[in-house]
Design a protein around this ligand. Sequence first.
Ligand code: FPP
Length: 253
Amino acid sequence: MFSRKGIGGAAPDVPGFSAHKGPRHVAVIMDGNGRWAKARGRPRLFGHHAGAKRVREIVNACPDLGVKYLTIFAFSTENWKRTQTEVAGLMSLFRRYITKEARALRDEGVRVRFIGDRMRLDAKLVALMDDLECFTEGNDRVHLTVALNYGSRDEVSRAIKHLAEDVASGNLDPADVNEETLTRYLDTKVLPDPDLVIRTSGEARISNFLLWQSAYAEYEFVDTLWPDFTEHIFARIVSCYGARDRRFGGAKP
Ligand code: FPP
């Protein structure tokens, strides 16, 4: 089982394992924008705008913390159930965010990717997402993945549909279907598995986020609402991760 040597010593031969002590890939469920706004007597969108400002701070903190991959949950396949005003406001926020932040993200060495189903998103937003992916594709300092119209069950269903099409057309032998094959059909195929998943706002659930990829992730649920989630809180959680004993199903030596 311990077949790969990393900087931090022997590393288990499992996908997504980080050799250094800190988490290489952190995924974040940014929750609590609505409650943050409500506490201030403001509309929910006010909280989303405050939440968007935090994204830059957390992305910028990643390199010094050794976090190479950051994946954030911006809009779920279930979020369409919110009021039309909130959904339209969020879509407009995403468009504005991409337009406004593109240059800074590129100049900071951030490579941006989007995961989720783009079919239901409006064409203008999808074009901005495509452009931002192209605009930053030469970067490697931090890999920021934004989950937008993303749901894990939806992702796995789309992956299986695509895989079944390849079997039907003779491009894939059913005998070759295994965990690694399915992983190659997921939106996250180029990413390592998350080492650490953080959810803000005191809710202890994972809400259909990276279910397959987080099979062996560590979880951290913090009470802080997302607009109050500072780089210092992030740094503390990341540094505490080093004390965790990840065994990936193996026994203590
Ligand atoms: C959950 O809080 C948050 C969302 C559904 C949206 C997350 C979006 C952002 C942080 C905005 C910006 C992101 C980018 C990439 C620009 P909630 O509304 O469910 O809060 P509540 O549980 O208190 O109601």
